[in-house]
Ligand binder design. Structure first.
Ligand code: ADP
Ligand code: MG
Length: 701
């Protein structure tokens, strides 16, 4: 076969032509033969089974029936017309319905001749009706090959309306295989094929489109899924390797006085083993010539802040500056207030820069950053402004990285001539398989252990009708000296409504908890930063017992005496958000509680979310459930979904294959970084082609 055969434009395939080519390009992104052959079936149907109209049940499944069309008529409806045919077999009758393409159908349909129709039979107004069936004359149908595993290809409404049915795609595929003489070049190395007992490329492609039996189909699916995931991982890992060889960092060779003094004299608690391990990983990276790009994952409350601080101390020990960026003013202020104590003991100068820092302070900060007398800078997005210039930024840390975009990360990169070491932290656990794909080019550290003595937060689900009991419980806890958060949803689309909910809620709380006995704080997005800060501080100092808030307190806030978290309209929150909010309590020595309040009307998904929260406190388990409920695209945001736009593999269902693919990709690159071993030639070629053809790097950080 001509090596460029698969790059042949699709219009040159027999049976395609310019019109169909146009549709295939627009609707399915099929430009060349290569794209067609990689259009994998969504599923397979048993086309050896025929149903009778009399035995149909209301399942909405796709079925095929043999029968005749006895009449056909146009019916006027409110919007446009529909074409309705009466279809019968010896057991009954049903309707076939078309909303479009009437002319073409009327012209091509034959009455009282046996047809095989195929589609979804819906129960509608007391009879079965099949919209836009696929149809074939029985006579022709009998000539065609039928199997119990007929592929069903992805399609669109437009394609179906314009006559490019599943059958047509199937025929095109046959043509393609005929032209190719079934000789597709192998894309994996011999040693991989052998080690994993994979089907050769040829057989895999043939069996995915024309399965000979279910065993071969399964083997074909496995091979193609593996290949897809293997190449994604190979590209990600290669990017990471190239990055390390090309981008020089600042090797922090010293672990000096700051770090050691802090470690020996000021450490406020014994570090957990996980914290120690992660600090070691970071220290190793920082000591290397290559620039560090590391993701630090750790559940809420696992103690990432101190890891961040100790990493910054290493930068300082080597004469560099460091910065820590957080997504909100509240969180920045909290970091600053937490770190300043340690900094004073160590004689480190630290400042905070946010949107509300006044001009004179801001000027001073800019000056001291540039002349190097300011060592540590904490702040919000304000750090990204061009005016913020460092003398020698050696380490940049981003807290709650999922709140920032990729562009913002790269802006920090460019703060220096040579990019600083980067540590991005996230407390929204990302399932491992997803992290491998989306952050596959970063090195990952995980803190998988909570500091000792933490009591599990007790979580319950209560309905609005239990509110009085909940109030009583809050009063009890407050009388024991505890503090309480009450959180309302704030989702952008319905901001005005949510705001009203919050205010109504606040008023009812103030009524229930009168000012003579209780102090209530309120914090929401519409308040000025200074006012927010004032209220947060009052609550943090224990001057108020109840904090009514929106999700502005979602991330990072650390007030150990607060032990009750009430989440209102909990059914409206996503799982990771609920988990984050719950993470605001359980930070002190006292037993903490999380109460999820909802109405009685709950969707199945909402019920699953609530049950998951009640069942477990494990962030990674929650993340897995979240991934299953929402799918990978929604979790990572559309931005990165390109990487997740897979042809055959499924990150959730095929996580085992993903792990194997990543480890083999890693092994392959480790043994042969330039892929110049003869056995790796097919891999080298395929990779070059991929990079040229569909560059996934665009999609990745
Ligand atoms: P997160 O990972 O959510 O950012 P933090 O860094 O805010 O967690 O830590 C949560 C709380 O746990 C803080 O009050 C912190 O001082 C405390 N903490 C962190 N590490 C330890 C430890 N090893 N032992 C005891 N307490 C710790
Ligand atoms: Mg934190």
């Amino acid at each position: 076969m001509n090596p460029n055969f698969l790059q042949t434009p699709i219009e040159y395939l027999k049976g395609v032509g310019p019109n169909r080519a146009d549709l295939l390009k627009k609707e399915l992104d099929i430009h060349a033969l290569q794209d067609l052959i990689n259009l994998f079936p969504n599923r397979y149907l048993d086309r050896t089974r025929y149903y009778k109209i009399g035995e149909l049940v209301k399942t909405n499944a796709e079925i095929q029936i043999i029968g005749k069309i006895v009449s056909i008529k146009t019916v006027e409806q409110k919007k446009g017309k529909r074409l309705v045919a009466t279809f019968t077999d010896e057991t009954g009758k049903m309707e076939l319905v078309w909303f479009r393409g009437h002319k073409w159908i009327r012209e091509s349909i034959k009455l009282n001749v046996p047809y095989v129709i195929f589609g979804k039979a819906n129960w509608f107004n007391d009879h079965f009706s099949m919209p836009h069936p696929e149809m074939e004359l029985l006579e022709e149908h009998e000539k065609s090959l039928r199997s119990a595993m007929q592929p069903v290809y992805p399609s669109t409404e437009k394609l179906a309306n314009r006559g490019i049915t599943n059958r047509v795609i199937n025929k095109l595929m046959q043509q393609l295989f005929f032209d190719a003489k079934n000789s597709f070049s192998e894309t994996l190395s011999k040693s991989l094929l052998e080690a994993l007992k994979l089907l050769p490329k040829n057989e895999a492609l043939f069996n995915i489109h024309f399965p000979e039996n279910s065993k071969l189909l399964a083997a074909a699916q496995y091979r193609l899924k593996f290949e897809e995931l293997f190449y994604i991982q190979l590209q990600l890992l290669r990017k990471n390797m190239l990055h390390k060889s090309k981008i020089k960092g600042y090797p922090f060779t010293e672990v000096g006085d700051y770090f050691n003094t802090f470690y020996l004299d000021h450490l406020p608690f014994e570090l957990t083993d996980a914290q120690k391990r992660v600090i070691k990983e970071i220290r190793n990276d920082l000591g290397n010539k290559a620039q560090m790009n590391r993701l630090l994952q750790g559940d809420v409350g696992s103690g990432k802040t101190i890891v961040a601080f100790m990493s910054m101390l290493i930068a300082l020990d080597n004469g560099f500056q460091a910065c820590l960026m957080a997504p909100t003013e509240i969180l920045s202020a909290q970091h600053y207030n937490g770190l300043i104590e340690w900094c004073n003991k160590l004689n480190i100068s630290i400042s905070i820069l946010t949107g509300s820092t006044n001009t004179s302070k801001r000027k001073k900060i800019h000056e001291n950053l540039e002349n190097g007398t300011l060592h540590l800078l904490i702040g919000t997005h304000a750090l990204l402004e061009d005016k913020v210039k460092f003398k020698n930024l050696g380490l940049a840390i981003i807290d709650e990285q999922h709140r920032f975009g990729v562009a913002q990360r790269s802006k920090l990169w460019r703060k220096n001539e040579r990019p600083p070491h980067m540590l991005v932290m996230t407390a929204t656990p990302i399932p491992r398989t997803l992290a491998m794909s989306v952050y596959g080019d970063l090195d990952i550290s995980i803190i998988d252990e909570l500091p000792p003595g933490r009591k599990q937060v007790k979580t319950v689900h209560r309905f609005d009708s239990n509110r009085l009991q909940v109030f009583r419980f809050i009063k009890d806890e407050i009388s024991k000296g505890r503090q309480v958060y009450i959180v309302y949803p704030l989702i952008q689309e319905s901001e005005a409504l949510d705001y009203k909910d919050l205010m109504d809620g606040y008023e009812s709380i103030v009524r229930e908890f009168p000012l003579s006995d209780y102090q209530v704080s309120i914090v929401h997005g519409k308040m000025k930063p200074a006012d927010k800060n004032y209220e947060m501080t009052r609550f943090a100092k224990g001057e108020t017992q109840i904090m009514v808030a929106t999700t502005v307190i979602e991330v990072g806030v650390d007030i150990p005496n607060a032990s009750v978290m009430i989440i209102e309209s909990a059914e409206r929150f996503g799982l990771s958000q609920l988990h984050q909010l719950r993470g605001r309590v359980g930070r002190g020595a006292e037993q903490s509680y999380c109460i999820l309040m909802t109405s009685h009307k709950l969707t199945i998904d909402a019920r699953t979310r609530l049950e998951t929260m009640v069942r477990t406190n494990d962030g990674f388990e929650i993340a897995e459930t979240d991934l299953k409920l929402r799918g990978p695209g929604d979790i990572m945001g559309t931005q990165q979904s390109g990487v997740l736009n897979l042809r055959i593999a499924d990150i959730v269902k095929d996580s085992d294959i993903l792990k194997i693919a990543r480890s083999y990709a890693f092994q392959t690159l480790k043994e042969d970084p330039s892929l110049s071993h003869p056995d790796n030639l097919p891999i080298k070629k395929t990779l070059a082609q991929l990079v040229k053809y569909r560059n996934i790097w665009n999609y990745i950080s």
